[in-house]
Design a protein around this ligand. Structure first.
Ligand code: HPA
Length: 350
């Protein structure tokens, strides 16, 4: 393996000059710079990231811990994180905490032991141990998607709490409810997510606000937790349909639960929107292929991922800056599962 000293010898310059050229730490005369790059090419020199990390105490890597990586929503986030990190010269180490507080704490420690420069974490519904670990070790961290209840102080003098990046949840859910109410529905059910997640809480709040805005009473029986998963969505929808007075319209609070809800409806031979109107949180790539097309709230997945990286880079550049919570807007994608006729321009905001 050629070393930096070999490159320096070949180019007729000092090791320090090679380092400045490769790391961009100081301007180098163009012909010297070219000699170094030629030597790198000729010898096939590859910088040793481990050696560089020992000198800089930075690994130029980001730890990403998000559950349900196979969920298209998180896959989109991952794409945004990866692209933005790479653009800034950072690589990724990825772990799936499986929404389990014990596993979550373990994988985050593993990432920390690998000395990632910072982490992006979508916390579980019970993130106390995770948050305590990150705070105790002052790991630069951005919480993504799910907000932690109270961002605690990291303990260092005057140090800020944690940065957070998420999409709006309450207002878009309220919009789905008022849209259905505007179509004449009086009993609108909610298939809610996993208890303990901020997204679940906010979507329930939005549902209530939507009912209030439409002048509809709140009936607790019409809110059933589907635990953010397809099976749970199936169970919750079945429970709602078994009520003595079942809902005439349904809001599902994420993509996985929408799939479960559709299964439950098909099992009963119920059609959308004829027998039951459906609006869902999360748009999927193929939501327009369903018949009817799903009226959905589209979250800005890639943008959320990219923004989380940017917030983390800002944090690394300025550890003392006050913690921020960044919220990104969602888009209403108006199709026909709500019961509206086909839109002239399906798939655009309205
Ligand atoms: N949070 C927010 N939106 C989602 C999720 C989640 O965990 N899963 C699918 N859509």
């Amino acid at each position: 393996m050629p070393t930096m000293a070999d490159v320096a010898r070949n180019a007729g310059v000092s090791v320090a000059t090679v380092s400045h050229v490769l790391n961009g730490t100081r301007p180098v005369l163009p012909h010297t710079r070219q000699a170094v790059l030629d030597a790198v090419e000729q010898l096939g020199y590859t910088p040793n990231g481990l050696a560089r990390s020992l000198v800089t105490a930075r690994t130029r890597s980001i730890g990403l811990a998000v559950s349900a990586i196979s969920n298209p929503y998180f896959t989109e986030i991952l794409q945004g994180v990866e692209a933005h990190a790479l653009e800034h010269g950072y690589g990724l180490l990825i772990a799936d905490p499986h929404d389990d507080p014990v596993h979550e704490r373990k994988v985050v420690q593993l990432l920390h032991e690998r000395r990632v420069d910072g982490m992006i974490v979508a916390p579980s519904a019970r993130p106390d141990a995770l948050v305590a670990y990150l705070a105790r070790h002052a790991v630069p961290t951005v919480f993504l998607d799910r907000l932690i209840d109270a961002a605690p102080d990291t303990g260092a003098s005057g140090a800020p709490g944690f940065d957070q990046v998420c999409a709006d949840s309450a207002e878009p859910t309220a919009l789905l409810v008022t849209h259905l109410a505007g179509l004449g529905h009086r009993r609108i059910g909610l298939v809610a997510g996993l208890p303990g997640l901020s997204t679940t809480r906010e979507r329930i709040t939005g549902y209530r606000h939507g009912l209030a805005a439409a002048g509809l009473p709140h009936d607790e029986r019409l809110v059933v937790h589907g635990d953010s998963a397809a099976d749970g969505g199936h169970r919750a929808t079945a429970a709602l349909l078994s009520l003595a007075a079942p809902p005439t319209a349904l809001v599902t609070a994420n993509n996985a639960m929408t799939i479960g809800a559709l299964r439950a409806l098909r099992e009963r031979g119920l059609s959308v929107p004829g027998d039951l109107a459906l609006c869902c949180f999360d748009d999927f790539d193929w939501a327009d292929l369903f018949s009817p097309g799903l009226t959905a709230i589209a979250q800005p997945g890639r943008e959320l991922g990219a923004r989380a990286v940017q917030v983390l880079l800002d944090r690394l550049a300025d550890p003392e800056a006050p913690a921020r919570t960044v919220r990104l807007p969602c888009a209403f994608v108006h199709r026909t599962s709500c019961g509206c006729p086909a839109q002239p321009e399906e798939g655009t905001d309205s």
